[in-house]
Design a protein around this ligand. Structure first.
Ligand SMILES: *[C@@H]1O[C@H](CO)[C@@H](O)[C@H](O)[C@H]1NC(C)=O
Ligand SMILES: *[C@@H]1O[C@H](CO)[C@@H](O)[C@H](O)[C@H]1NC(C)=O
Ligand SMILES: *[C@@H]1O[C@H](CO)[C@@H](O)[C@H](O)[C@H]1NC(C)=O
Ligand SMILES: *[C@@H]1O[C@H](CO)[C@@H](O)[C@H](O)[C@H]1NC(C)=O
Ligand SMILES: *[C@@H]1O[C@H](CO)[C@@H](O)[C@H](O)[C@H]1NC(C)=O
Ligand SMILES: *[C@@H]1O[C@H](CO)[C@@H](O)[C@H](O)[C@H]1NC(C)=O
Length: 380
């Protein structure tokens, strides 16, 4: 941030012609020039004496009815309120304030008597003391500009602000068309804001004694997503091929992409890569682009056709396929082991089960009635 304090300067003195040395000491100090200072700042009242061969022998500065300082060629005497705060230069009558108060604003008078010619000269000067401008900043509203909506920038500042100027990309900004400026120049309104308004904005607040510029506000209009599209290596691939589906959108800020297949969320990046495509990868893919600032969503669709068959000896297997195959292998081994055990140990198994073949022993006569013979046929 830049801060400039314009001060010092000026004027004064008198126009005395060489020929009017004697009697009427003319008055002086160019009165149309007001001195502008800032609270806490410095200011100098320069006097210049004409004719230039004269110096100040003695003199007095007054502020209204109050004497600021009187001096002779050998010493100066300050009024209490001004001790340490002002300095007079005896030879020239120049008065310097080291630290201005707001209450120093007003009209000052000076009278001097010159040496060696003993001319009496009078002058006046007007001082205005301003609160320095500080804390200049731009506030956007809303925080993020959205294309075709209203937007404004406000320039806020502390201190005594008398004027505000706006600059876009180092050029003074003049309101026109969809850009308007409030009567106090504080608020720049975009109605609506467009991409062509993008750029670097600064505002400068000033008064006659100080000015300060804000930091750059970089305006970036948000829009989109627009023109969402999917580009794929091909939409008709054979099993085992690599498929790279890339989504794109025109969007500020960059869109967030989400992929769907048959309504299910499958991926959350701009590129959806299938290293080795399978038949069940075929289908309608949707890429959804979302802009987090405009909160708009748009999507694109693409149908992927897969031809061929899924036998992929050295292709990549999914986790599901690996689990399935593992379970299958374990089951097969278990069944084979069971069959071997049954075959080898059939006698023991029969014994354990109490298996008898074709023989019914009648143990007592009490077992009268119908007998049923259930015959298990075991092939071996
Ligand atoms: C904003 O308006 C322009 C011009 O009418 C149009 O081309 C553009 O698509 C609009 N943008 C949005 C985000 O509505
Ligand atoms: C805005 O400022 C940035 C750096 O602060 C600079 O890179 C960019 O070029 C500027 N833009 C314009 C349009 O001047
Ligand atoms: C002080 O400010 C006024 C405007 O208020 C201006 O006319 C004048 O020239 C300024 N003085 C100096 C010395 O710049
Ligand atoms: C895909 O390509 C195969 C072989 O090139 C072709 O037979 C089939 O018709 C194509 N399918 C589509 C939907 O384009
Ligand atoms: C997929 O395609 C995009 C755009 O063509 C490319 O930037 C990216 O590197 C590709 N990814 C792979 C893994 O091939
Ligand atoms: C994909 O969508 C098109 C039209 O929306 C439809 O005709 C086609 O059957 C869909 N394909 C699949 C695999 O669901």
């Amino acid at each position: 941030m830049k801060m400039e304090v314009r001060a010092g300067v000026v004027l004064a003195a008198l126009s005395l012609s060489l020929f009017s040395y004697c009697c009427s000491a003319a008055t002086l100090i160019t009165p149309q020039n007001i001195l502008n200072g800032t609270v806490g700042g410095e200011i100098t009242f320069h006097l210049s004496i004409d004719p230039v061969d004269q110096t100040t022998d003695f003199g007095t500065w007054t502020f209204g009815p109050k004497i600021v300082v009187t001096w002779t060629d050998s010493k100066e005497s300050y009024t209490k309120d001004y001790i340490g705060r002002v300095e007079v230069s005896r030879a020239t009558g120049t008065l310097k304030f080291n630290k201005l108060f707001a209450t120093d604003s007003g009209e000052y008078q000076v009278s001097i008597t010159t040496a060696p010619s003993n001319l009496n000269l009078n002058g006046r000067a007007e001082l205005k003391v301003y609160e320095p401008v500080s804390d200049v900043k731009i506030t956007p509203k809303p925080e993020h500009p959205i294309e075709n909506k209203t937007f404004s920038l406000t320039c806020d500042a502390s201190g005594q602000v008398e004027s505000i100027h706006w600059v876009k990309n180092d050029q003074p900004l003049s309101p026109s068309g969809h850009i308007t400026l409030s009567p106090d120049s504080k608020t720049l309104s975009f109605n609506p804001v467009m991409r062509s308004d993008n750029g670097n904005y600064t505002c400068t607040a000033s008064n006659p004694a100080s000015k300060m510029s804000s930091e750059v506000y970089k305006l970036t209009v948000n829009y989109g997503p627009e023109q969402v599209s999917i580009s794929g290596s091909s939409d008709n691939v054979t099993v085992g091929a690599e498929v790279n589906l890339t989504c794109s959108a025109v969007s500020q800020p960059t869109a967030i992409f989400t992929w769907y297949l048959k309504g299910e969320l499958i991926h959350k990046e701009v590129v959806y890569l299938i290293k080795s495509v399978k038949l069940n990868n075929a289908g309608n893919y949707t890429c959804e682009a979302f802009n987090s600032v405009t909160e708009e969503k748009r999507s694109a669709k693409m149908e992927l056709f897969v031809t061929g068959s899924d036998v992929t000896p050295n292709g990549d297997l999914s986790a599901g396929a690996i689990v399935g195959i593992t379970i299958g292998v374990i089951l097969s081994v278990a069944i084979i082991i069971a069959l071997i055990v049954i075959y080898c140990c059939q006698d023991q198994i029969k014994a354990i089960l109490g298996w008898k073949e074709g023989v019914i022993k009648i143990i007592s006569e009490k077992n009268e009635g119908k007998f049923q013979c259930i015959l298990f046929v075991v092939n071996y």
